[in-house]
Design a protein. Structure first.
Length: 161
């Protein structure tokens, strides 16, 4: 189904992409800075088609933003961690919102299992990571944290569609 006839944001029906939409999205994942003309050539459609499809994908919420893929180690962020938290009942969103506002935090997830929250964060030094951990351990309603140091990133990329 074409993007223009698919479900919109907020609908319970998933947004369905046709082969052209998928090709456009995958081209953007390869290089979001390429021109509409370059994308059209790769996908085999007109520039107008690419422009229209992108507008629909943005409007529907499929494409939320165009961003950079940085090498954090080259920028001096040598310490990457996964932090798991147990949070008192009823205060999960308050704690998550507070943690998510920290500049070093790249992701916050609600999770199932033995922990309530999973946080991914990047720091320039062990000392800055330690300071962050000690700070969040003082938050009301954080019962326990468990931190895992990421030793090596084997793969970190968007999922192709």
């Amino acid at each position: 189904m074409a993007a223009s006839t698919s479900a919109k944001r907020g609908s319970t029906k998933p947004f369905e992409l046709d082969a052209t939409d998928r090709a456009i999205v995958n081209a953007l994942m390869d290089d979001a800075r390429q021109s509409l003309r370059e994308i059209a050539k790769k996908v085999g459609v007109s520039v107008a088609t690419v422009m229209h499809r992108l507008r629909e994908l943005e409007h529907s919420g499929i494409i939320n933003r165009y961003t950079l893929d940085l090498d954090y180690e080259k920028l001096g962020f040598d310490v990457q961690v996964i932090i798991q938290l147990i949070v008192s009942k009823g205060k999960l969103f308050e704690v998550e919102k507070r943690i998510a506002s920290h500049a070093n935090v790249s992701a916050v997830y609600d999770v199932t299992g033995g922990h309530d929250v999973l946080v991914i964060a990047k720091f320039p030094t062990r000392r800055s990571m330690d300071s962050f951990l000690k700070n969040i351990q003082t938050y009301d309603f954080v019962e326990r944290t468990e931190t895992k140091l990421i030793l090596n990133v084997v793969k970190e990329s968007p999922v192709r569609i």
